[in-house]
Design a protein around this ligand. Structure first.
Ligand code: GTP
Ligand code: ZN
Length: 289
């Protein structure tokens, strides 16, 4: 028996890498009956067969599981947003960060196209997110500025990119992994005649302990958390210790979060995003009954 990581899934086969060799494996027949799924990113036990093949016999418990694209055990999301072209929209950024946190994945925020933005804007935005407690970088991938620091953040992790179209994900991926020619376009999904085809996801190895998914995650921002728990995914809200259990931080009297916003400590834009997301979730919750 051997242990490896699934790095690719192709029409019923799984490519399993043990750190050196990649074998094409099929899954045990009983998996289907037992409802066991094998995802790219899974750590699996397999029975080697010959020098290049094998059979997956069990799947280790997952630390995280993304639905689109389907990847297991991602532990780091690079949240890539450009300062300009397209312009930064705080709500989109905050939603992406929150979705990453809800999925149990650590986010790092990478602001791109710093070369096209006003230095004062670059500094203001970066410091706003740094103060929230997020790892934050402002880079210019085209000029190669900050690329080394991004690569350092990725070290020893299973990385996935997240962020809107045109933010610079492909450019950055190719800067950190030259030679791989990565295309980070969103996972395409065609729905026709009841059939759903999703682009294959693959993990690319940057070194023996660092991996990068070739498709961006968090393309559908569902915010799958009860409204009352949303605040726990805003690290700067946690720091002020609102004494009210289950406080929505919207209109409760004496709410420490609102007081902090009024003092200008918690950023108004983050609080606005929180309110917007809260109402979105509430609407969904109300429609469920
Ligand atoms: N000036 C400048 N342009 C950049 C930078 N990074 C990316 N770009 C440009 O921005 C455009 C979009 O970059 P992509 O890397 O294709 O963006 P993407 O996020 O992969 O976009 P999708 O594939 O649509 O998801 C390209 O024309 C890049 O050359 C940067 O740091 N500075
Ligand atoms: Zn509160």
């Amino acid at each position: 028996m051997a242990t490896g990581r699934v790095i690719r899934a192709i029409s019923g086969f799984f490519d399993v890498n043990d750190g050196e060799v990649t074998r094409r494996c099929r899954a045990r027949g009983v998996f289907k009956k037992q409802g066991v799924t094998v995802l790219v990113g899974d750590i699996v036990e397999y029975e080697p067969m010959g020098s290049q093949e094998g059979v997956v016999v069990s799947v280790h418990p997952r630390s995280s599981e993304l639905v689109r694209p389907p990847i297991a055990n991602t532990d780091h999301a690079l949240v890539v947003f450009s300062f300009v072209t397209p312009d930064l929209t705080p709500l989109m950024l905050d939603k992406t960060i929150t979705s990453v946190l809800i999925a149990g994945v650590k986010p790092s925020i990478v602001f791109t196209k710093a070369d096209l933005a006003e230095p004062s804007f670059v500094e203001a935005v970066s410091s706003l997110y740094r103060k929230c407690g997020f790892q934050t970088l402002a880079i210019s991938a085209k000029q190669g500025e900050g690329v080394e620091q991004v690569r350092t953040l990725m070290q020893g992790r299973i990385n996935v990119f997240a962020g809107p179209s045109g933010a610079g994900k492909s450019t950055l991926a190719n800067a950190v992994a030259p030679g791989l020619k990565l295309q980070m376009g969103a996972v395409s999904e065609k729905i026709g005649r009841g059939r759903q085809t999703t682009r294959h996801v693959e993990l690319f190895q940057l070194d023996h302990e660092t991996w990068l998914a070739d498709a961006p995650g968090f393309s559908q921002l569902q915010l799958s958390v009860p409204a009352r728990e949303l605040g726990t995914f805003f690290p700067e809200f946690q720091k002020v210790n609102c004494a009210y259990r289950g406080c929505s931080h919207l209109d409760e009297e004496g709410c420490a979060v609102r007081a902090s916003v009024e003092r200008g400590e918690i950023a108004q834009s983050r609080y606005d995003s929180y309110q917007q997301m809260y109402h979105e979730i509430r609407e969904r919750e109300e429609n469920m009954y």
